[in-house]
Design a binder for this molecule. Structure first.
Ligand code: FMN
Length: 424
């Protein structure tokens, strides 16, 4: 077991001393980025942590034990059959000692061994024997990272509660370019802080989206009729903001594209404010490119006035006819991107919830849809809500519950589906 993996957002605050007295066990495996693990040891110690390094045999082909020993101030362990250390069951002692186990770089080989519960050397044996949370920081050639075997191993590890950071894109040591580089040191330190700082009570959420890029849309749109009037809807933005907050607390990097609402932007989330459906479309599509997950909670107006009058036309006593044109379907467009994120839609319905949701799921090419019944006292502009979530071959009912609680349950469900899709 990998511990409960509970985190808060993690990287708030900065400077030294954030890990004073904490016990970090660093597993270094055999990748070209092993030299960057030396910098990690320095940073953990600079933050006040006690660091012990365990290296695979492969790691020691890249960086000598003396480097890690000098930087950590502790003997580097690499041999499961070290008679002196094992006289006192050294691997179990290390597994118990750790408050967090960080594998950086985590090679494709290490991920495979951990996913399958192998225990054929000291690092893998102690990961099996520890109850501390596990942070994996993979680094490898982009093709190795994209290989179905690696994808399946990562999905399995995530599903079991390990936090796996996404590698960064860029030039690789092998001369190729793409995702596979070890994330920058502050990102790894931030993730460790997250794992060591469990959220208090109701704010606790497993770091199921650590390293993921998530886009959430929220709120209504306003479709201007003239300089002062518009067509709007009753969306308050509360559900979308709750989803953005929950995704952030689950460790994701979150962009929130929000229509006009009376809510403060959630901490740690990049908020983009828009007004009309066309603005929402432009911002959402730009943010969705390269994202892992897109959650469309916004109530985007289906139509906009065919023309926008200038100024403020006077009231016509004979009345007025309004011509409307359809707006683009933002979530369906995101679902057509290639490559595309995992796409979750929301549907507010007044009846036949399942039939409408299932048909929207197919028609718009979504991965999941969260339906809710709306009426005078539920759905929009309320504190509580209930969701009926559908995907191909499954469904789940969430709530009734306050929107923050509902968002947490939805994020946990989406993360499980997301990991499952990647593993299949
Ligand atoms: C020069 C060189 C560079 C390598 N770089 C990586 C790498 O960045 N990531 C990776 O997963 N494997 C890399 N490998 C392959 C691993 O070293 C190999 O799979 C090894 O079995 C890993 O064992 P370990 O995980 O037990 O350390 C590299 C191999 C060589 C020879």
């Amino acid at each position: 077991m990998y511990g409960d993996g509970r985190v808060t957002t993690g990287e708030e605050g900065s400077g030294r001393g954030r890990l004073v007295g904490r016990r970090v066990l660093l597993v270094v495996s055999g990748g070209i980025a092993a030299y960057k693990a030396a910098e990690l040891v320095r940073r953990f110690r600079g933050e006040g942590a006690e660091v012990r390094v365990v290296a695979t045999a492969g790691a020691l082909r890249f960086v000598g034990a003396a480097t890690f020993q000098a930087l950590s101030g502790n003997r580097v362990r690499h041999d499961l059959w070290d008679e002196e250390a094992e006289a006192a069951m050294g691997h179990i002692e290390l597994a118990r000692w750790a408050e967090v186990v960080v594998a950086a770089p985590a090679s494709a080989h290490l991920l495979a061994r951990l996913a399958h519960g192998l225990a054929d050397d000291l690092p893998t044996t102690l990961v099996l024997a520890t109850e501390a949370p596990l942070l994996l920081v993979p680094a490898m050639n982009r093709v190795m990272w994209a290989h179905p075997a690696t994808r399946a191993n990562v999905a399995l590890l995530r599903a079991r509660g390990a936090v796996v950071l996404e590698p960064e894109e860029g030039e690789q040591a092998c001369g190729e370019s793409g995702p596979g580089r070890l994330p920058e040191t502050p990102i790894v330190v931030g993730a460790v802080l997250s794992l060591l700082r469990p959220g208090s009570g109701k704010d606790a959420l497993p770091a199921v989206l650590a390293g993921r890029r998530v886009v959430v849309t929220a709120g209504p749109t306003r479709e201007p009729l003239d300089a002062v009037r518009y067509i709007g809807n009753r969306s308050s933005g509360r559900m979308g903001y709750a989803v953005a907050r929950a995704a952030r607390r689950a460790g994701a990097e979150v962009v929130l594209v929000s229509g006009p609402v009376a809510l403060d932007s959630p901490a740690g989330v990049r908020a983009i404010r828009v007004e009309t459906a066309l603005e929402m479309r432009e911002a959402a599509l730009a943010a969705a490119r390269g994202a892992d997950l897109f959650v469309a909670v916004a109530a985007v107006a289906d139509y906009r006035p065919a023309r926008r009058e200038t100024g403020k036309p006077a009231k016509d006593p004979k009345g007025a006819l309004l011509a409307l044109v359809p707006n683009p379907d933002v979530v369906a467009e995101v679902a057509r991107l290639d490559p595309r994120p995992f796409v979750v839609g929301f549907a507010a319905e007044t009846g036949d919830l399942e039939e409408h949701c299932r048909s929207k799921l197919e028609r718009k090419g979504l991965d999941m849809i969260a339906g809710n019944l709306v009426g005078p006292d539920r759905g929009f502009d309320t504190e509580e809500n209930a969701l009926h979530v559908f995907w191909r071959g499954g469904e789940a009912r969430l709530g009734p519950a306050p929107k923050d609680e509902l968002a947490r349950r939805l994020v946990a469900l989406v993360a499980r589906r997301l990991a499952g899709e990647e593993g299949s």
